[in-house]
Design a protein around this ligand. Structure first.
Ligand code: SAH
Length: 207
C-alpha cells in the first residue's frame, strides 16, 4: 500500500509513510472486508459512512505538515483510522463524530491500540470544539458546502486547515493557512478533486 499507492503518487513525508506502514488498517474495517483493507479505495464502515482511501488519508495528513508538537482537531472520526495516523504524528488529537455508535467503536479500538493522546467526542462538529481551541491543525473528513466560520476562528495563527468543499457529489480539497489574527487573512490552496460523504450539521448539509 505504502509504495504502490502513496509513494508512487508523490507522498514524500517520511513520518506520514512510516505511520501508515505501521498502523494495522485491517482492524479499522469489519471482518468481512479485512482482505480488502489495504486496497486503493474507500470502504464501508456501516451507517452509510466510509473509511477514506489510503491515498486521500496520506494526502490530507501530509498537507497538515505535522512536526509532532501539535494539537489537532479532526471532524468525522468514522473508523478512527485517520485519528490513529494523527496520533502517531502530533501531540494531541481531538476528534468529533456525530454518530454515537460509530464513535464508540472507534474509541474502543483506538484505546486497544494504546493511543492515549486521542479524545473522541460525540456531537455536531460543524461548531468545532471551542473548549479545546486553538488548534495547530484542523482536518475535516466529510464534504462541506462551505467552510464553517468556527474552523477559521479555532485555528491558531500559522495553523493549517484541510477541508473538502463542494456539492454533495464532488468536492475540491482545500488547504487554508491562517496568516494573522484576522480570520479572513488566510492563504488558500487547491489540492485537487475528491469525493467524501456529507458533513451533516448546523453549519454543514441538512440531513
Ligand atoms: N476519518 C474517518 C472517515 C470519516 S467518514 C476515518 O478515518 O475512517 C466521515 C465521518 O464524518 C462519518 O463517520 C460521519 O458520521 C461523520 N460526520 C458527518 N458530519 C459530521 C459532523 N457534523 N460532525 C461530526 N462528524 C460528522
Amino acid at each position: 500500500m505504502v509504495s504502490s499507492q502513496l509513494e508512487s503518487r508523490g507522498i514524500r513525508d517520511e513520518r506520514v509513510l512510516n505511520a501508515m506502514a505501521k498502523i494495522p488498517r485491517h482492524l479499522f474495517v469489519d471482518e468481512w472486508l479485512r482482505d480488502r483493507a489495504y486496497s486503493d479505495n474507500p470502504l464501508p464502515i456501516g451507517e452509510r459512512q466510509t473509511i477514506s482511501q489510503p491515498y486521500i488519508v496520506a494526502l490530507m495528513t501530509e498537507a497538515l505538515e505535522l512536526q509532532g508538537h501539535e494539537k489537532v482537531l479532526e471532524i468525522g472520526t468514522g473508523s478512527g483510522y485517520q485519528a490513529a495516523v494523527l496520533a502517531e504524528l502530533a501531540d494531541r488529537v481531538c476528534s468529533i463524530e456525530r454518530i454515537a455508535s460509530i464513535a464508540s467503536r472507534a474509541r474502543t479500538l483506538i484505546e486497544s491500540l494504546d493511543y492515549f493522546n486521542v479524545l473522541i467526542w460525540v456531537g455536531d462538529g460543524t461548531y468545532g470544539w471551542r473548549e479545546e481551541a486553538p488548534f495547530d491543525a484542523i482536518i475535516v473528513t466529510a464534504g462541506a458546502p462551505d467552510v464553517p466560520k468556527a474552523y477559521k476562528e479555532q485555528l491558531a495563527v500559522g495553523g493549517r486547515l484541510v477541508i473538502p468543499v463542494g456539492d454533495r457529489h464532488t468536492q475540491v480539497l482545500l488547504r487554508y493557512t491562517r496568516l494573522s489574527e484576522d480570520i479572513d487573512d488566510m492563504k488558500e490552496e487547491d489540492l485537487g478533486g475528491c469525493r467524501f460523504v456529507d458533513l451533516i450539521g448546523n453549519h454543514g448539509w441538512k440531513q
